[in-house]
Ligand binder design. Sequence first.
Ligand SMILES: Cc1cc2nc3c(=O)[nH]c(=O)nc-3n(C[C@H](O)[C@H](O)[C@H](O)COP(=O)(O)OP(=O)(O)OC[C@H]3O[C@@H](n4cnc5c(N)ncnc54)[C@H](O)[C@@H]3O)c2cc1C
Ligand SMILES: NC(=O)c1ccc[n+]([C@@H]2O[C@H](COP(=O)([O-])OP(=O)(O)OC[C@H]3O[C@@H](n4cnc5c(N)ncnc54)[C@H](O)[C@@H]3O)[C@@H](O)[C@H]2O)c1
Length: 460
Amino acid sequence: MMHFKAVIIGSGQGGTPLAKKLAKAGWTTALVEKRFIGGTCINDGCTPTKAMVASAKVAYTAANSQQWGVTVNGYSVNMESIVNRKNDVVQLFRGGSEKGLEQVEHLTIFHGEAVFTGPKALTIKLNSGTAEDITADYIFLDIGTTPQIPPVPGLEAVSWLTSTTILDLTTLPAHLLIIGGSYIALEFGQMFRRFGSEVSIIEKSPHLVSREDEDISEAVQKMLEAEGIRIFTNAQVQRVDEHSRGISCAIKVGEQTHTLEGSHLLLAAGRVPQTKAIQLDKAGVQTDDRGFIKVNDQLETNVPGIYALGDVTGGPAFTHISYNDHWVLYKNLVKGAATSVKDRQVPYTMFTDPQLGHIGLSVKEARKKGLDFTVCKMEMKRVARAIETGDTRGFMKALVEKGSYKILGATVFGSEGGELMTLLQMAMLGGITALQMKEMIFAHPLYAESLNNLFMQLDN
Ligand SMILES: Cc1cc2nc3c(=O)[nH]c(=O)nc-3n(C[C@H](O)[C@H](O)[C@H](O)COP(=O)(O)OP(=O)(O)OC[C@H]3O[C@@H](n4cnc5c(N)ncnc54)[C@H](O)[C@@H]3O)c2cc1C
Ligand SMILES: NC(=O)c1ccc[n+]([C@@H]2O[C@H](COP(=O)([O-])OP(=O)(O)OC[C@H]3O[C@@H](n4cnc5c(N)ncnc54)[C@H](O)[C@@H]3O)[C@@H](O)[C@H]2O)c1
C-alpha cells in the first residue's frame, strides 16, 4: 500500500495548484482525477463557454454591423467550426495544466476514481482497469459538482442537454427551451440566440438572476428580450414530452398554462455535489442536507486532517473562490498562517453581453444589515466610451456608506462590466473611498473615467 503525506482528490482550480505547491514544499503528494485534468472550469465550464460566447459576439456584431456604418453582405454560423475552436482552446488549457503537473517532483498523478475505504484510506479505481490502495496523513477533497436534474414529470422519457453536453452540439437547435434562469441559462441562452436559435427561458423564481437586486434582474431581462429571447418567470414546469416534432414543455405562470414547443431542452437548474460515489461515510466526513461537505472557516471537515475546497463546500461556486481556497490551505498548513475564508471578497461576473459584474453588498443585503448608505447609479448611456464604441446598454451602481464614504458594494451591468467592477473591488480592498474615486485621475476616454461621474452625485 502506498502512503503519501497529502492526497488531493479532484484536479479543479483549487486542487491542481494545491497539489503543485504541497509537492514543491517537499510533501509526498498524490493527485487523483477520474476525468480530465483541469476539472469543470477548463473542460466544461468557464473556458469552453467563454470561447463560445466570443463566437456569439462576432455573430451579433455581424448581424448589427450597420450600426457602425459597415455593411456585412451575409454571414453564416458554422456550429462545427465554433465547437472545434472551443475544443482547441480547451485542449490548450488542459494540456498546459497536464504539463505543469508532470514537471513537479514528489507529485504522483493517478487517473482514476477515488473511494474512501477508511478514515485516511482510499482505493483508486484506475481508468486503466486496475486499482491502487493508498493512505495519507492529509486528504483534500476538491471533487466539485455536476448538473442538477430537476424533478420534472416526463423528463425520464425526453432527450435533454446539460451545460456539459450542449458544448458539443454541432447542429443549431431550431428552438432551445431552457429550464433555469441564472448564469448558465442566460450565458447559453444569449449565445444560442445569437447563433440563430429561437430561445425560451423558464425560471421558477419571480426574477432572473434572483440573487441580484430587482433593478438588475429587470435590466438583464429587458436586454435579453430585446434580442428576441422569450422569458417566463414565476413559471412552474408541469411536464415535458418528446414527440416527432420535438419537445413540448407545459408550464404554469400564475393561473395561466402555456405549452412551449421546442427542438432541444437544456437543463440549467443548478448543480449538485459529487459526494455520493466517494463514500464519505467510510471516513466519517459530514455533509449538509444537500450533500455539500461541511467545513469550518479554515476549510477543515469534522475529521481532523481531511479538508474540502471549491464548489463541493457549498460556498460561492466560482473558479476564483476554489483557487483562493487553495491559498488558504497552503498558507495555513505549510506557512503556519491562520488565514480564514470568512469575510473574504467574493466578486463575480456573468458573461452575458453586456457583462454583469458584482462585488460586495447588494442593496437588499445592505438594508438587511441596517446600514446607512447612498446608492450612486448611472446609466451606461452617460459613459463617453460606451457611446463611442456603440453599446450603451445597462447601468452601474455603487453603495456608499454615509459619513465614511466607504464603498460597500457595486454592480456594473454594461460593456466591460467585470473589469469596471474589479476597479471598485480594488478600491474596497485598499480602503479608497468614493470621494477619492470621484476626483481620481483616470485616462480619457476609458470606461474607468466614468467612476468620476458615478460618484459625482455624492454631496461632498
Ligand atoms: C457552464 C459553466 C460555466 C461556468 N463559468 C464560470 C465562469 O465564467 N467563472 C467562474 O468563476 N466560474 C464559472 N463556473 C463555475 C466553475 O466552473 C466552478 O466554480 C469551478 O470549476 C469549481 O472548481 P472546483 O475546484 O470546485 O472543482 P471542479 O473543477 O468541479 O473539479 C472537480 C474534479 O474532481 C473530479 N472528481 C470528483 N470526484 C472524484 C473522485 N471520487 N475521484 C477522482 N476525481 C474526482 C472531477 O472529475 C472534477 O474534475 C462555470 C460552471 C459551469 C458549469
Ligand atoms: N460567469 C460565471 O461566473 C458562471 C457561469 C456559469 C455558472 N457559474 C456557476 O455555476 C453554478 C451553477 O449555475 P446555474 O445557473 O445552473 O445554477 P444556479 O443555482 O445559479 O441557478 C439555477 C436556476 O434555476 C432555477 N431553477 C431550479 N429548478 C428549476 C425548475 N424546476 N424550473 C425552473 N427553474 C428552476 C433556480 O431558481 C435558479 O434561478 C452557479 O452557482 C455559478 O456560480 C458561474
